[in-house]
Design a protein around this ligand. Structure first.
Ligand SMILES: Nc1ncnc2c1ncn2[C@@H]1O[C@H](COP(=O)(O)OP(=O)(O)OP(=O)(O)O)[C@@H](O)[C@H]1O
Length: 620
């Protein structure tokens, strides 16, 4: 190895966070502890298997001794029968061990997956806007499986091999200490490189996991209906294939490197073991020829040597396995360690009955920075962007009386959607507060908040599932009649009649088999079913044709009846109907009042009215 690559491998070894790995062990134990009974039986069986592994060579030696000392034939047969019996017991133990290890391993996969899934669900929206889905999915697939391998193969290997190693050494020393000593002289040649290689391979493992996640990330993104549409529209399939090829190529390269490092390591170990065997044959044979040792002992020693060096090879490798498993665990824990920044109060305040008012007072808000909500490896960047985001809302004050309607208007990027996202508490404010029914949203239980505030965005999401499942997501107990009624109220009656399998028709991922307007109305139907007391909606219908827009507007009007509403308004009829209109600009409310009041003021609203609202033909 030249100096440069030596330095590189040292740098890779150093890049492994050893302190984290140390802290990882007690956490792994907390997960494994749930299976401690099965683990105990499993380890007992592993011990029994190791004892049998050492007993057999000793018995084989006895057979040779019996033969050379001309013992009665029955003795040889007896020993042979014991060897056969042990082989049968060992086979049974191996099966039982496998059964237990897979039960423990699969149980662990289940525990970890459930923990990560539940935890990720509690993460704030900001986490999902930053994270690459594929990378996250890869944590739940590849890394969780890597972690379970620690228990299915590594742990049993460690226990069996350690016991076998100790027993083999003890028995060998008892048989012929000189030969044993000579065989052990080569031990340091084993141990020293094993330590270095372990770290090197763990680093490769980590690199490989990251590269795989990045490849999976591109696949999940490009294979989603939205991503695929974009690729088709902008016609860059070759560039996409090249980029994918580049990622896949790096996966290939790291695969080859890992395989080679592993193989070089193993070959060296096998070579040392073969040399040790030659030594035993040489010295043991010489002692036997000179009459100091009997032939049976030489055979037992030679056989025991395989029980010595083979566990040693595995143990040296187990270090690599343990490192890989720790890396996998660590990657899983890394996700579990992300703090869900939005937490539920321990003793939530209940919401008052009846219609609810909404109030924002002196709200200042900054989108969370990457380092607050995310992980570099999930964003697929080398380092998280640690710049502080700039403040978006600078002291916003707004209020809507119970049952009233507030229209938010203003230029693009002013902060209207940001204000709207604070009501269902997708984000928390930096200072000031958002109140619903006089209670700060941070004081409410998540369930109360979800029940009270309904949101309809321009691109409401639909799961790849049936119409029924998508609607019932908001109201799991709703009957078919209620689902149908909600669809009719959301102006989807015609569609309902046309759907090939009625409510059981599957809508594609993001509802792609429905038109934009139909999709939006389906999300409105879902809102009607949830029947929230406060609705937040984005009226933008720019991407719809006028017929579809009309239907969506009717559905939206239906959604507003009898509810407190905050609407990002795009229509004249909405701003006219609103009790209050707030003009938002650069994160501030610059004007507030009714349509007539604001028009007569001849300020920002009047400008907007003339440019945006009055000019729209379908507006009145
Ligand atoms: N998830 C986010 N992270 C960081 N900044 C964001 C995020 N979402 C929006 N912003 C920024 O916040 C500012 C306000 O955006 P917002 O979407 O609230 O404006 P808007 O008034 O609703 O505009 P539009 O009418 O175009 O939807 C913009 O500068 C935008 O870049």
């Amino acid at each position: 190895m030249d100096a440069w690559s030596l330095m590189q491998s040292a740098a890779r070894a150093d890049s492994l966070p050893r302190s984290v790995l140390k802290g990882t062990l007690p956490r792994i134990w907390r997960f494994a502890h749930r299976h401690h009974r099965m683990l105990a039986v499993f380890l007992t069986l592993a011990t029994a298997s190791a004892v049998i592994g050492v007993a057999t060579p000793v018995l084989a030696g006895r057979v040779i001794s019996a033969i050379t000392s001309a013992a009665p034939a029955s003795t040889v047969v007896m020993i042979a029968l014991v060897i056969a019996g042990l082989a049968v017991v060992d086979a049974g133990i191996t099966l039982a061990e496998r059964w237990l290890s897979s039960r423990i391993g699969e149980g662990l996969i289940y525990d970890l997956r459930l923990a990560v899934f539940s935890h990720v669900q509690r993460m704030p929206l900001a986490f999902f806007t930053r994270t690459r889905t594929g990378s996250l999915v890869s944590r739940l697939n590849n890394d969780v499986i890597g972690a379970q391998r620690a228990f299915t193969s590594t742990l049993s290997g460690l226990v069996t091999n350690s016991i076998q190693l100790v027993l083999a050494v003890v028995v060998m020393v008892a048989l012929a200490w000189q030969v044993t000593l000579l065989a052990l002289v080569l031990l340091p040649i084993f141990i020293l490189p094993a330590r270095r290689m372990g770290r090197r391979i763990a680093a490769l493992q980590r690199e490989s996991a990251d590269l795989n996640a990045s490849m999976t990330g591109q696949m999940t993104e490009r294979f989603s209906a939205g991503g695929a549409t974009l690729v088709k529209l902008f016609g860059r399939p070759q560039a996409e294939a090249d980029e994918f090829g580049h990622r896949a190529d790096r996966v290939r390269a790291v695969g080859v490197r890992t395989a080679m490092v592993n193989r070089v390591f193993l070959t060296c170990l096998t070579l040392v073991s073969a040399l040790a065997q030659a030594l035993v044959y040489g010295l043991g044979g010489w002692l036997a020829v000179t009459g100091t040792l009997d032939a049976g002992t030489v055979v037992a020693l030679a056989l025991l040597l395989t029980r010595l060096y083979s566990p040693l090879t595995s143990l040296a490798n187990a270090r690599v396995d343990v490192m890989s498993a720790l890396v996998s665990f660590e990657r899983v824990f890394e996700v579990l360690d992300l703090e869900p920044t939005l937490t539920e109060p321990e003793t939530p305040t209940p919401l008052p009955a009846g219609p609810l008012g909404v109030r924002l007072h002196d709200v200042r808000f900054t989108y969370p920075s990457a380092s607050q909500v995310s992980l570099a490896s999930l964003e697929e960047v080398a380092r998280l962007d640690d710049r502080v985001e700039h403040e978006i809302l600078h002291g916003v004050g707004l209020s809507v009386a119970p049952g009233g309607m507030l229209a938010l208007v203003g230029p693009s990027g002013a902060g209207k959607s940001t204000i709207a996202s604070l009501l269902p508490r997708l984000y928390d404010v930096d200072s000031g507060g958002v109140e619903i029914g006089g209670v700060d949203v941070r004081e409410l239980s998540f369930a109360d908040l979800r029940g009270a505030v309904g949101v309809v965005t321009q691109d409401g999401h639909l799961f790849h599932d049936t119409v029924r499942a998508n609607l019932a997501y908001a109201a799991p107990d709703a009957t078919d009649a209620q689902l149908r009624e909600a669809m009719v109220r959301a102006r989807l009656g015609e569609l309902l009649d046309e759907l090939p399998a009625g409510l059981d028709t599957v809508v594609g991922e993001r509802g792609h088999r429905l038109s934009g307007g139909e999709r939006q109305r389906l999300t409105i139907a879902r809102l009607l079913l949830a029947s929230p007391r406060v609705v937040v909606l984005d009226e933008a219908t720019a991407h719809l044709d006028s017929e579809s827009e009309y239907a969506v507007q009717e559905a939206l009007t239906e959604a507003l009846v009898g509810r407190t509403a905050v609407v990002i308004a795009h229509r004249l009829s909405t701003v006219r109907a609103a009790d209050t209109i707030a003009v938002v600009e650069h994160g501030r409310v610059v004007e507030q009042g009714t349509h007539d009041e604001l028009l007569s003021r001849n300020g920002r609203y009047a400008d907007l009215y003339h440019t945006q609202f009055a000019s729209r033909p379908s507006a009145a």
